[in-house]
Design a protein around this ligand. Sequence first.
Ligand code: 89V
Length: 339
Amino acid sequence: MNDLKFAIFGTGFWANYQIPGWLESEGVSCVAAYNRTRSKAEIIAEKFAIPRVYDNPLQLLEQESDLDFVDICTDVDTHLPFTRMVAEQGLDVVCQKPMAANLSDAREMLDICRQNGVKLFINENFRWQASLRALKAKLDSGVIGKVFKGRISFCSAFPVFENQPFLAELDHFILTDVGSHILDVVRFLFGEARSLYCINSRVNPTIKGEDVANILLKMTSGTSCFAEMSYASILEEEVFPQMLILVEGSEGSVHLDRHYELKVTTKNGTVAEQVEPKLYPWIDPEYALIHSSIVDCQRNILDGLRGGVAETTGEDNLKTTELVWKCYQSAQSNKLILL
Ligand code: 89V
């Protein structure tokens, strides 16, 4: 197995989980950290024993001569310029979701990586949640027959802006931040979409972008899907960051209910099991589900970096990013979008 060395760009909230996530795998080490505020890079470097810190990304790339890849863990606006900078040094790129600030930037990131002969992966972790993988295995087993309908819900009042204050400043919020995840899960479970219709709105008056979105999709398989997301939902029980999912098929249904309870119902009755996330010592318990899925996502990306096949490539995530921006197009025009 090749030993891989990487640098992290960005030492904010997510770096605290992204770095230990990588370190759960064998044969990978973080050798340098960049942040525009050096003191922030120093704090992360001390926490994870990263030998060198920089406040100039180009200087890092010039001085760190034995890097294999860079993990870009910065705000979305910087994904394109940092991808260009890293790719032009001939290094593979791993980038945080959402892939880019808009669709043309996302396409450009792919082009730049192709032109420079480097790989691009997106750290899209929701599809790696243990309970979701278990649900997918049920669908693939054929136990509920031919799938005709799906419903995915991610609705909460979790104070997401406390840990990620920049989210309140985004002109496009919930579809880019959460929709990137949910639409990726839609594709993971049901394949590609043929058409979509989206309605979105802003409930919280203190943020710039929208915090509620409802999407109806028709998939090429014929399956129909409803995906809803909200950060304005004060519900009986706060279950952030769980996705609640119901999939119906010709022979039964699969329900991912609260607290990772996975229920399969057929004419013979209901069988339930609990599929809990793995609780690593470094995770924030409030984000346990998301933080533990980072490890499996990164393991798969490491396979890709070493020459194997990874799921969340730039090519693949561009399809998710396209859905996100088609949702905005639909919401703005109040029209069904044919894909
Ligand atoms: O996981 C994320 O990307 C976050 C969250 C879903 C918590 O809003 O931004």
